[in-house]
Design a protein around this ligand. Structure first.
Ligand SMILES: *Cc1c(COP(=O)(O)O)cnc(C)c1O
Length: 422
């Protein structure tokens, strides 16, 4: 049997520092309402485990059990999440040295997005602590993943989504047997609905960063980068480009790097964390530019990248901390740039990325053109979801005539579309 030990010790508020017991269901800090972080007995982990031990373990993110919250392996609800490939892209056409532009292809996760990681962790731990019903608002992919993991674990899922989420997300929640409520509004409106329902019915709220374990699941993306890079001082990339909505992934990876450094498994060098948002909903970018610690809500949020249509993020201060402490940056890209990038990424990488993920490609090309990236550093883009889940862009017959025109699909290799993604 596989060895299994979790070194979870307690929960700690990221704002006021108050400690909470980890052995019962918790959402946010009971004192100040901010985000709770899971804390581990890292000295215990260090004494018990070497990083090379992981290589012989189970082939999903639960191989890192020491640094995950579930105490008993029978409570793990897994569909094979994590251990996604780092794909080397032909980046020379967009100004990167050979081997320096990589895509972490999270679209290969169960339910075709990285939401699988967070919800596998949250639902497993909720199940272990006795929850029977979980609820959450979702811009689309989190609802699909929650529904799938609840089904696999024998829990009931209650999901609220904006009425205009991609059709397939609705289909998925139905297939997985979740209760779905469509809301006329955005994810924060869906959130208010869920908050009220949760109180009424006693369900457990697994909204992002409002319970402590979704970020633990997403943390495994950071641990995986270290394992894929061979551990040690220079195992991490120089730059991580991340499409940011609620920020769970960026917060989770940043937390992972601190834990791994405390364990002595990586050195002090950190990737520069780059936040990418859509121009039609960029609260974190605006707060970054203004030097603020919290982001003001974004009015009339609009973008085809549903996962980035998050006007308010409870973990805004944690995202901004990670960007600033790492020497990273934050930028917004237009809808046109996202659409062009989706094609260029398909052409150059063979990956049909979700619009959120295509935004990282557009941003990376912009940063390269502006000289913020030199093309020599190693850059990892997070392809957080698969493009096939979204409404398809307009498709015209290949004509070969209209150079670079929006609706024309051609099969001519890397130069079939313009190399300028901006
Ligand atoms: C949810 C989502 C995001 C944003 O993720 P956060 O970690 O919450 O910022 C990005 N891309 C896709 C495809 C998503 O589903």
């Amino acid at each position: 049997m596989v060895r299994w030990t979790s070194f979870l010790s307690h929960l700690e508020c990221t704002a006021c520092g108050l400690e909470h017991a980890a052995d019962r269901l918790q959402t946010v800090c009971t004192q100040c309402g901010k985000v709770l972080f899971a804390r581990y007995d890292l000295a215990g982990v260090r004494a018990a485990t070497r990083p090379t031990d992981f290589a012989t373990r189970r082939w999903d993110m639960w191989r890192y059990s020491e640094l995950l919250p579930v105490q008993q392996p029978q409570h793990v609800v897994s569909l094979g999440e994590g251990l996604t490939p780092l794909v080397e892209v032909r980046g020379r056409d967009v100004g990167f040295e050979r081997g320096q532009l990589l895509v972490k292809d999270e679209g290969q996760n169960p339910t075709a997005s990285f939401k699988a990681r967070g919800l596998s962790a949250a639902i497993s731990r909720a199940k272990e602590l006795g929850a029977t019903d979980i609820a959450l608002p979702s811009a689309g992919n989190a609802g699909s993943a929650a529904a799938a993991y609840a089904a696999a674990g024998g829990l009931r899922a209650h999901v609220a989504m904006p009425r205009d989420v991609p059709d397939l997300n609705r289909v998925e929640t139905a297939i997985y047997g979740a209760e779905l409520t469509l809301i006329d509004g955005l994810i924060n409106d869906a959130g208010s609905f869920i908050r009220q329902q949760v109180q009424q019915h006693g369900w457990f709220d697994v909204s992002t960063l409002k319970e402590p374990y979704r970020q633990e699941g997403k943390k495994t993306m950071g641990i995986e980068l270290a394992e894929q890079g061979g551990w040690g001082d220079s195992c991490l990339p120089d730059v991580i480009v991340y499409p940011t909505g609620g920020g769970t992934g960026i917060v989770g990876m940043w937390k992972a790097f601190s834990e791994l450094e405390a364990l002595g498994w990586i050195g002090p060098k950190r990737p520069k964390m780059v936040v990418v948002q859509a121009a039609g909903c960029a609260p974190i970018v605006r707060a970054y530019e203004r030097g603020e610690q919290h982001a003001e809500p974004w009015p009339n949020a609009q973008t085809v990248a549903a996962g980035l249509r998050v006007p308010v993020a409870i973990g805004d201060y944690l995202i901004l901390d990670a960007v600033r402490a790492s020497g990273g940056t934050a930028l917004a890209v237009s809808e046109e740039a996202i659409a062009a990038a989706q094609r260029e990424m398909g052409n150059l990488a063979g990956i049909y990325a979700a619009p959120e993920a295509a935004a990282t490609w557009a941003a990376t090309c912009q940063l390269r053109q502006q000289g913020w990236l030199a093309g020599t550093e190693q850059v990892v883009l997070f392809c957080t979801g698969m493009g096939l889940k979204y409404a398809p862009p307009p498709l015209e017959e290949p004509s070969g005539q209209k150079e670079g025109a929006g609706g024309v699909w051609r099969s001519g290799g890397p130069h079939a579309t313009s190399a300028q993604a901006v």
